[in-house]
Design a protein around this ligand. Sequence first.
Ligand SMILES: [Zn+2]
Length: 339
Amino acid sequence: MTDTAIPVRAPADTSADDTILPFGVDVLELRGRVVRLGAAVDDILTRHDYPVPVSKLLGEAVALTVLLGATLKFEGRFILQTKSDGPVRMIVVDFTTPDRIRACATFDAARVSAAIAAGETSTGALIGRGHLAMTIDQGADMSRYQGVVALEGGSLEAAAHEYFRRSEQIPTRVRLAVAEEFRSGDGGLRRHWRAGGILLQFLPRAAERMRGPDLDPGDVPPGAVPHLLAEDDAWVEGRSLVDTVEDLELIDPALSSERLLYRLFHERGVRVFRSAAVRAQCSCSRDGVAAMLGSFSCDDRAHMVENGAISVTCEFCNATYRFAPSEIGDGQNASAGSS
Ligand SMILES: [Zn+2]
């Protein structure tokens, strides 16, 4: 850890957008990260131009994915995906090491409009019931790892807590916030999306201290006093502090991640490590789309031609690639289709 530590100095005042700041509270054996997203999340959400509550939900999923994906120690991808029965049927957020993020949502426009009209736009109401899958993909030669947790109509934060409790048995607390900021520019007021989040985990050297309050023995006879293990005091203190974090503190450009951490943990002493950058960038390319089209049969491609061209729009970034049918065809290798 010493090689990543930065010298002791006063915390920065202003927020550095599109960064992840790892931290530790050594005396409580806590580790965590703070993410602040400005231009990166604004770029993703503005390109899609989804209804506001869908954008907000996707922004939360982006912040959560960055918090989780930024821990990958190797080259690869971390993919967060929901599939559920609510108005927003699917969310996919894709983090590629070291710093690229992209995201999209699939939703039923009529049901989203009805939810907005009814004022039922909480994360739980929009997603509904289903599951949340987190996949770590280290490339073609490596095995994929996937963890799945049920979505029960609650927040993404609740789903993340449940995932870490069941799959990793690490006491974890997550807070996420997304908001629109209105700034004046050339064309009058323009809205900018901002997002932020904090993740805290209890990682004591003595693993038995990671016990949770959920170890209920189950079939206790009536009248018996259940023997519940109390949560560790250090963890109770840590999670209680994170629970006090307000949305504004996670997205306020005038409050840096370091100031926020100092505000929370100054009595115990908090150390920050080197921060890392995040940027919104899709991995699609003209060559990649041409190769994909080249894998279809000639007959299938003929059915894709409209107005003399084949056009493909990337779900993630809305970029549209247009090809003349002659650009992709037999006798050409896949990359020859690009121009
Ligand atoms: Zn794309």
